[in-house]
Design a protein around this ligand. Sequence first.
Ligand SMILES: [Zn+2]
Ligand SMILES: [Zn+2]
Ligand SMILES: [Zn+2]
Ligand SMILES: [Zn+2]
Ligand SMILES: [Zn+2]
Ligand SMILES: [Zn+2]
Length: 413
Amino acid sequence: MADLPVADNMIDIICDLRQFDQDVDDVGSVQLLWQQIGEQIKGKTIRDGKAITVTLPEGQVNLWFVDTNGISQIGPDTFFRIIDLLRSPKLLYQCAICGQYGPFRCVACEDTGQERRLCANHAHTIKDELRAYCREHIPRCQCRTDCHEQATFRCRRCHNLFGNHYHRQHPHDQLVDYCYWCYRVLFETCEAPGCRRLGRSKCAFQTRNMATPCQKPLCSEHSYQWKIWGPHNRGVTLCEQHKQVLGTTDPADLLFMMLTAQAPYARRGKRQSLPNPFRLRRIINRNRVVGLTFDQLGHSLRSLESQVSGWNKRTEGNYRYLIRNYFETTGGIGNAESELLTQVRAFYQATLGWSAAQQITGLEITDRYYKPGQPPRYRVQLHLNTSNKGPFIGPRGTTINQLRQQLNLEIDL
Ligand SMILES: [Zn+2]
Ligand SMILES: [Zn+2]
Ligand SMILES: [Zn+2]
Ligand SMILES: [Zn+2]
Ligand SMILES: [Zn+2]
Ligand SMILES: [Zn+2]
């Protein structure tokens, strides 16, 4: 072997075990093999460039001659020096599925501490990436439709993995892959008439019977923000046409849009919450000819209950939050309203007389404010059956201010 002295009767060979089906990976197994081979090759003639093939029960061994040292026939005292062993790679790295040569390793298996070798056919790879995945760990398309397709490429912009159906090519560079969404963000132009700017904002209007949102591309100037998370946050983007129909859209659909919209961050890791039921009702009633009562709002909210199971976790969480808030806020609100109405009528009866008090036809609580340690302060809307509000307000607001203080209220007439 390698440490024998160089002698005149020594031949350098490469021992080719690629068609031999047994592991030969330590000195003992090489020696054992060589004993079997030695018997068979005695007396054989060495021909230039030709291997001597030895057939054994486990397969064939080919001996390649690197340096014959002038020897043309193998005699009983010919020494061999094995320069190299050629082994079938499949014996070292076998595909876990088919047993063929498996040069790839599943990165997900590796993360869990297992080594899983895969051949080129059974390794799933992502375009232009060196990572491989086994069948169980093939990454799924990260589009928002729950398509469950196998991911085949990584988007250059958002770096997420997607399946073929979500693939778009850069308009001028074939080698750059984008997901459908990023492509639209990067390259679509605003659809407002005559506008040439990029339409990076997309209209998010979607009723429950629309498969996807409107998604009309709009520049910042031609997009409208439906401010459901307060005046200082961005809102839900709408196109001109859909902005116009908010007041006539089924309130349950408006709630659906609010629930599914991705809220902006309030602070690190925490998103803005949906509005309290008072604000919620104001938002829904904006531009609505006949505004919703709390009862009707509750009815619309509950009508969505049957769809919750089809929603994702975030939307479902939003729904539970809204429903809980609704019941906490509106429980007892009808009683509070009729109590306040009685008190307001009594006040005006005392200051303006009986017939003035009769002109107050209703009272609606429109908002509620809390200060720690104090009872809630309400904002109310008074409904009058006269357009002459003067007496109710009083000179320079004195009458209504007195009522405000007496009942601890904010009052709109
Ligand atoms: Zn395989
Ligand atoms: Zn795996
Ligand atoms: Zn997909
Ligand atoms: Zn993308
Ligand atoms: Zn525009
Ligand atoms: Zn739209």
